[in-house]
Design a protein around this ligand. Structure first.
Ligand SMILES: Nc1nc2c(ncn2[C@@H]2O[C@H](COP(=O)(O)OP(=O)(O)OP(=O)(O)O)[C@@H](O)[C@H]2O)c(=O)[nH]1
Length: 368
């Protein structure tokens, strides 16, 4: 599956950078292409200067006449208006991408608490849907850390605004809860870099599998681009788990059955889902197991299918196996089509309370 990635705001820009790293890995190690282009869009020119991978010509500053390139200072409604006025610049830029015609979908990436991405993502999604009716529009939306929710009400208001409008304009929204990725004992910058790598990693196999051309890497059951597209809708969560395969097994090493590594990887993928959820409410599910061919036995395939059915009993389940030599078994699990997530409801409730306390209806209320 080949994506046209558009990163919005500072967080979206950094994640776009990490998607380029994935693309390079796919190109070097799997000899496949998984992106047709990567663009970043910001109201703050200085954020764009911090990026390392996205080509200069693909970095777009919008709203300069309003903000002089200094950002919208968390005001998502200002960013939304800028996107309405200047969204055509984004469309013009991506259309010039040499491989645009090969795109299977758009992926908009950004955080919900700041102003730029929260305001722009839903508007850009709407414009893309109008202009390119055949291409699905997906979002990766990063929720704030818990401590940020209590710091400023605007973090919650922006988040609620962004979520409600993205849901209306996107085919599926991958909800990523920063708090679930936060690791203690790391510096802020290394923590964010690690979180970003963890956010993009699950997409690697999922995107590569459908693009594989080498016969030895084509699984018995392939998870094609159309499989992935049909299993994505509305609120979505993604998880990734991996188990290293020991290089040498000594005679006295405890023998597990042949499914042990795959089971552990699947259990980790589900416990590491990107947002806390009741998996039983998923209405669509898919998973991809990727491992050396000899590790993907019939028992493992059966176990993984039964496991998935037990946690998402109402969902149709698509799966794929991806035989690649890499010293580990990994599983990417995607659960989609949720009616809501508890975390999202929390934002809506909190926003309702804030609106009730305000003397006048705000723009947010009108849009919601
Ligand atoms: N995972 C992750 N979260 C980030 C990153 N950068 C910022 N955030 C989170 O994103 C939110 C702030 O969003 P930003 O991307 O900085 O804001 P913006 O969209 O650029 O909007 P403005 O700064 O108001 O123009 C906060 O919740 C941060 O914790 C990042 O690189 N990775």
């Amino acid at each position: 599956m080949k994506l046209m990635v558009i990163g919005l705001g500072q967080c979206g820009g950094r994640l776009a950078d990490d998607f380029i790293t994935l693309q390079k890995r796919a190109h070097d190690f799997r000899k496949v292409e998984i992106l047709t282009g990567v663009y970043v869009v910001d109201t703050d020119a200085s954020s764009l200067r911090g990026l390392s991978q996205v080509p200069q010509k693909n970095r777009l500053v919008i709203g300069e006449n309003k903000t002089r390139g200094r950002g919208v200072g968390r005001q998502s409604e200002v960013a939304a208006q800028i996107a309405r006025d200047e969204g055509f610049k984004v469309i013009d830029a991506i259309r010039q991408s040499k491989r645009f015609a090969e795109s299977d979908a758009f992926l908009l990436v950004g955080a919900t608490a700041g102003g730029t991405a929260a305001g722009c993502m839903p508007v850009i999604a709407e414009i893309l849907k109008e202009r390119f009716r055949d291409l699905p529009v997906y979002g990766i939306e990063v929720l704030p850390f818990e401590h940020e929710e209590s710091l400023e009400k605007i973090n919650v208001t922006n988040t609620a605004y962004c979520l409600v409008n993205s849901k209306a304009n996107m085919d599926a929204v991958f909800v990523i809860d920063n708090q679930r990725y936060a690791k203690k004992g790391l510096s802020w910058s290394s923590n964010i870099s690690e979180i970003n790598r963890a956010i993009v990693e699950p997409f690697y196999g999922l995107l590569c599998a459908g693009e594989e051309k080498k016969r030895q890497h084509i699984g018995v059951s392939m998870l094609s681009t159309s499989d992935v597209q049909s299993m994505l809708s509305g609120w979505t969560t993604i998880g990734y788990g991996k188990t290293l395969i020991p290089m040498i097994t000594l005679p006295w090493d405890k023998q597990g059955d042949e499914t042990t590594s795959g089971r552990k990887a699947m259990e980790e993928a589900i416990s590491e889902l990107s947002v806390q959820c009741d998996t039983k409410q998923a209405t669509k599910a898919m998973y991809l197991v990727s491992a050396p061919e000899k590790e993907i036995g019939t028992d493992l395939v059966k176990y993984l299918g039964e496991f998935m059915k037990s946690i998402a009993p109402e969902a149709p389940i698509r799966y794929g196996d991806y035989p690649v030599e890499k010293g580990l078994v990994d599983v990417t699990a995607v659960l989609s089509g949720f009616p809501t997530f508890e975390k999202i409801q929390g934002y809506f409730t909190s926003m309702d309370k804030q609106l009730a306390e305000m003397p006048k209806a705000s723009e947010v209320q009108k849009v919601a």
